[in-house]
Design a binder for this molecule. Structure first.
Ligand SMILES: CC(C)(COP(=O)(O)OP(=O)(O)OC[C@H]1O[C@@H](n2cnc3c(N)ncnc32)[C@H](O)[C@@H]1OP(=O)(O)O)[C@@H](O)C(=O)NCCC(=O)NCCS
Length: 153
């Protein structure tokens, strides 16, 4: 990693940080992005998590949104700012998420990703997820299959 970064969970009252997360999500995935309201609800509820990666100057460089249902975890969204990619921040977010979920008794993490998203699929495979199937035409605008990944932790 080129610079020192810290990973921490976002609290619902951190409205400026939540606004930055929503903006990065919009830049990265467009119309499928989470709204500020939904993000603050997620970090306020039991079983919902928004994990931020911040530089030493408190600049947001990436985030992950994940949740738990009983002993299963689900990675709902992850993005790294364009100027920060390929510096292992994505890997750092997944490994922090895994520790948080493991400490809460989670045994398995699942996620879905557009079949054509080579960067994200590369990140998931390097982090220990395996592709277990496809959901046909899961995404719209543009219509595309989802690849389903699982990782036991
Ligand atoms: C996917 C994403 C989060 C990866 O973040 P990142 O911080 O750049 O990833 P890392 O530096 O941790 O990469 C880890 C590994 O993933 C793979 N990888 C990452 N980017 C890749 C790319 N563009 N092409 C191929 N493999 C890639 C590589 O194996 C890489 O390891 P290496 O650099 O040692 O070769 C980032 O590209 C992104 O924000 N994309 C837009 C949002 C998105 O598509 N999110 C997923 C769907 S919600």
């Amino acid at each position: 990693m080129m610079q020192r970064v810290e990973f921490r969970l976002v609290r619902p009252e951190e409205t400026a940080l939540i606004r930055e997360v929503a903006a990065l999500d919009r830049l990265s995935v467009g119309a499928d992005a989470w709204s500020e309201d939904t993000l603050s609800e997620e970090c306020g509820r039991d079983g919902g998590f928004v994990l931020a990666c911040l530089t030493e100057n408190a600049e947001l460089c990436g985030f992950a949104v994940f949740s738990t249902v009983l002993d299963e975890g689900c990675l709902n969204s992850i993005a790294v700012g364009e100027g920060f990619r390929r510096q292992h921040i994505g890997e750092g977010l997944i490994s922090e998420m895994t520790e948080i979920l493991r400490s809460r008794g989670v045994k398995m993490i699942s996620l879905e990703v557009r079949e054509s998203n080579a960067a994200a699929r590369g990140l998931y495979e390097k982090s220990g997820f395996t592709c277990r199937g496809v959901r046909k035409n899961f995404y719209r605008g543009p219509k595309e299959n989802a690849a389903i990944y699982l990782m036991e932790i």
